[in-house]
Ligand binder design. Structure first.
Ligand code: AMP
Length: 389
């Protein structure tokens, strides 16, 4: 049993290969974490309600149960040496309840903060880092008061449970107030000033025990609030890259991070960096690291939670483009594989290709982003995406 340290939020002594990593959640992020863990010789278990989920297909065992099933979490804890999670909507109380049975190096503070936009924005601002202007709101009176301060346009977001734009209402004028929930169904929410960003970006930070390393800043292109494409590197100068890396390390230190944390940014035309949100885990926009960096975000997550030392990851290619394969892109991309030996094809092994469901991704290493993006677009596989960047 690894020793838990209060001071380091539960960091473990170096876990030896052969130890078992339990992953709460069995989606694609867990699958790629498991693949990294497997080549390092760890055993992997996952807890997920869907039998033969993406992670289970590459893991040693699966416990088929809901994420908040406390008996199942206890079983996973008892069969594991270290516990982690691949998505943030995990029941933090249920994890706290097994902290005496298994190491949870990420702790649950990180989870609680990133599950709630009020706690998250407060944490970010308390560390001297900029967000959009924001205010907590619980009813129409508070919303109107916040709009007086922040002004239109603004975005109203539920404090908890929102993802990929769900639970968000853009308010451009008082006419849009009709779309807002009635007072008796008003969730705890935040009002955020609308940021007129030049582009969206993200950065990953990994580590443990106070030593943190960062990956290059990347540019992200969304369509319908779902990530479509990531381009590494982001079109920013060295000073801005350094600023992004510094804020990422500052946040990691604040959380006493063990593992990988993703930070989503808005980059403004005047060069200002604004943090949009945090993900306490590897991130879709970091898939490119698998081929484009010597250590990828999953390697460093596993090393971080297992108490291994981390080296600063090195970029192996001048640039890379990662494109998501959603349900509607599965058929055309599969048909195109034969013509694209340069594609690094990832398929998550999901049974059903629903519209907008993340089914896989493709990464292309390049020294000419424009040509590569044009080539991907020319395949017609992503014809439904309106903003292809
Ligand atoms: P979120 O769930 O907070 O990541 O928001 C989803 C997407 O909505 C972001 O990736 C942005 O494209 C957009 N968005 C969210 N908040 C703002 C904001 N304050 N200003 C402008 N766009 C926003």
């Amino acid at each position: 049993m690894p020793s838990l340290s209060e001071e380091t939020n539960g960091a473990v002594d170096m876990l030896a290969p052969g130890a078992t990593i339990g992953i709460v959640g069995g989606g694609q992020l867990g699958r790629m974490m498991a693949l990294a863990a497997k080549y390092m010789g760890f055993r992997v278990g996952t807890l997920d309600p869907t039998e033969d989920c993406p992670t289970a297909q590459v893991a040693d065992f699966q416990i088929v149960a809901d994420y908040d099933d406390t008996a199942a979490i206890r079983e996973l804890a008892d069969r594991s040496d270290v516990l982690t999670y691949e998505f943030e909507n995990v029941d933090a109380d249920a994890l706290d309840a097994v902290r005496d049975r298994v190491a949870i190096p990420q702790g649950t503070d990180l989870l609680r903060v990133t599950q709630n936009r009020i706690a998250e924005k407060t944490f970010i601002n308390d560390h001297g880092i900029a967000t959009a202007p924001w205010a907590p709101v619980r009813n129409h009176a508070e919303l109107l008061a916040a709009l007086d301060e922040i002004g239109y346009p603004a975005v109203l977001k539920t404090a908890e449970g929102g993802y990929d734009g769900h639970g968000q209402i853009v308010l451009t004028s008082a006419d849009d107030l009709e779309q807002v929930w009635p007072d008796d169904a008003f969730p705890t929410a935040i009002l955020e000033g609308f940021v007129d960003f030049a582009y969206e970006a993200s950065i990953l930070v990994s580590g443990n025990g106070g030593d943190y390393v960062t990956f290059p800043v990347v540019r992200n292109i969304h369509c319908d609030n779902i990530l479509h494409k990531t381009i590494m590197p982001a079109p920013m100068d060295g000073a801005m890259q350094q600023e992004a890396r510094a804020l990422a390390v500052e946040l990691a230190k604040g959380f006493e991070l063990a593992g990988t944390l993703a930070i989503e940014l808005f980059v403004c035309a005047d060069g200002t960096l604004i943090v949009n949100e945090l993900a306490p885990r590897p991130h879709n926009s970091g898939h490119y690291t698998i081929e484009a960096c010597d250590f990828d975000q999953y390697d460093l997550h596993v090393r971080g939670i297992c108490g291994w030392p981390l080296a600063q990851p090195q970029q192996l290619t001048p640039a890379a483009v990662m494109v998501n394969v959603l349900g509607q892109h599965v058929e055309p991309t599969r048909a195109a594989i034969a013509d694209h030996p340069e594609w690094h094809v990832h398929d998550y092994g999901k049974a059903e290709a629903k519209h907008n469901r993340k089914m896989g991704h493709i990464t292309v290493l390049t020294d000419d982003v424009e040509r590569t993006v044009a080539g991907l677009d020319a395949t017609g596989c992503w014809a439904d995406i309106t903003d292809r960047g």
